[in-house]
Design a binder for this molecule. Structure first.
Ligand SMILES: [Cu+2]
Length: 179
């Protein structure tokens, strides 16, 4: 994934023309409603107002990698909310991203916020979808280590979390480390 990150004029224009569609709550990338009972089964690492937040995680990366991504699932029993910012001191820059297919190529696009649907809804940041992008990493991501991350929500406010660095293939079909 880090290799597909392109900061170019093309990237910039995609970024610009994507806001209108990505801001549409019915576009539905990565968000879907779940029943309240199902959400309560979630194994939360932290709670903030009506939000239940699962363990955020990242993949281990070779020392040469300059970018990484953080994934996390957030359940919301309250009113609709938005994830509006993320900050990780381990990175020079932290952005909210999604993916889209353009001419058969998967590209990453920065978004200015991601809806956290309320009343038993869920936002899932996962490989291939919405993610928190770490740009200009200041230190390598080693499996088993943790690093701090702050998430900011429009209504629920801010929370400090610790990201768990998992294996290089975490979240893929080849991942057998978390079963
Ligand atoms: Cu990205």
């Amino acid at each position: 994934m880090p290799g597909t990150y392109l900061k170019s004029a093309l990237f910039g224009s995609l970024l610009f023309c994507s806001f209108s569609t990505l801001a549409d709550p019915h576009a539905g990338h990565g968000t879907h409603a779940v029943h309240a009972a199902e959400a309560q089964k979630g194994n939360f690492t932290a709670t903030l107002a009506s939000l239940g937040i699962e363990q955020p995680w990242s993949r281990a990366l070779p020392p040469s990698a300059r970018t990484g991504a953080v994934f996390v699932s957030i359940y919301n029993q309250g009113a609709d909310d938005r994830l509006v910012a993320a900050h990780a001191p381990i990175a020079g820059q932290t952005e909210l991203h999604t993916h889209r297919i353009q001419d058969g190529l998967m590209q990453m696009i920065q978004v200015n916020g991601i809806e956290v649907p309320g009343h038993g809804g869920q936002l899932e940041l996962k490989p291939g979808g919405y993610h928190i992008m770490l740009i200009d990493l200041k230190q390598p991501l080693h499996e088993g280590e943790r690093f701090p991350l702050r998430l900011s929500f429009e209504k629920s406010g801010e929370i400090e979390l610790e990201v768990e660095v998992r294996s290089l293939d975490a979240g893929t079909a080849a991942d057998h480390s978390h079963h």
